[in-house]
Design a protein. Structure first.
Length: 235
């Protein structure tokens, strides 16, 4: 009788398909060199490589979806996107888990032509026109920029390259954007580095971000935190 039971168990095990990996829909956005979206839709970049590596360690299957930053934020709130990498975003913070360890450092600068004064703080933008990338929260600073009391004219664009063109054409007083994506846009627009001034506004961190609506969200984040034992400087 025992032999019959053992044979039945072996047969069932043999014919039962292997448990499939959990699939995570990972949102990416144009943010070179961290996330790179080629013209043919191919995805690459430092953070994609990191996600492939770390999710692979946990036997998780990432499926990447490219979205503009605003739509990505909305979709991660709703749980339609499971995960991404970003700085803290004031609009989504109550709906996600952030990693405990930074996976990248981001530099935020104000860019302006030489006929505009240098700034060291956003308060100095009062009464000025400022161009921002649509969907970015700038680590919560977007609220200050859009507060009517500050009398800042906020203009938006979807692309870093268009942002640098508008700055070049004198359409705005200042451009608020991140250092690395703008460096690529400057090269593509064939602008000389001394065509404008760069003022440091802030340096802050980017983290793994998982929607609280995602399956096993807390457990996945805990495992990622265990694997990321120290801060990784994005290159």
């Amino acid at each position: 009788m025992k032999r019959v039971l053992i044979i039945l168990v072996l047969l069932l095990t043999w014919h039962t398909p292997a448990q499939s990996k959990q699939v995570l829909t990972v949102g990416v956005y144009s943010f070179e060199p961290y996330f790179i979206i080629a013209e043919d839709g191919t995805l690459g970049g430092i953070w994609k490589d990191l996600l492939d590596q770390e999710l692979g360690k946990l036997d998780l299957q990432p499926v990447y979806k490219a979205l503009p930053p605003l739509r990505l934020a909305q979709n991660i709130i709703l749980g339609r996107i499971d995960m991404t990498i970003s700085a803290h975003h004031i609009n989504v913070s109550d709906h996600v888990f952030y990693g405990n360890h930074p996976v990248g450092r981001i530099t935020l600068n104000a860019y302006h032509k030489k006929d505009r004064p240098h700034i060291s703080d956003l308060s100095e933008l009062r009464g000025k026109s400022v161009l921002v990338i649509r969907g970015y929260a700038y680590d919560g600073r977007i609220q200050f920029l859009k507060d009517p009391a500050n009398k800042i004219t906020v203009l938006e664009t979807a692309e870093h390259q268009d942002a640098i063109r508008q700055l070049q054409n004198g359409n705005v007083d200042y451009l608020l954007d991140y250092e690395r994506p703008i460096q690529n846009a400057i090269k593509r627009n064939q602008m000389a580095p001394d065509d404008f001034h760069i003022d440091l506004i802030s340096k802050y961190s980017a983290y793994f971000v998982i929607s609280k609506r995602s399956k096993n969200a807390r457990a996945i984040m805990d495992s990622l935190d265990q694997n990321i034992t120290g801060t990784q400087q994005a290159k």
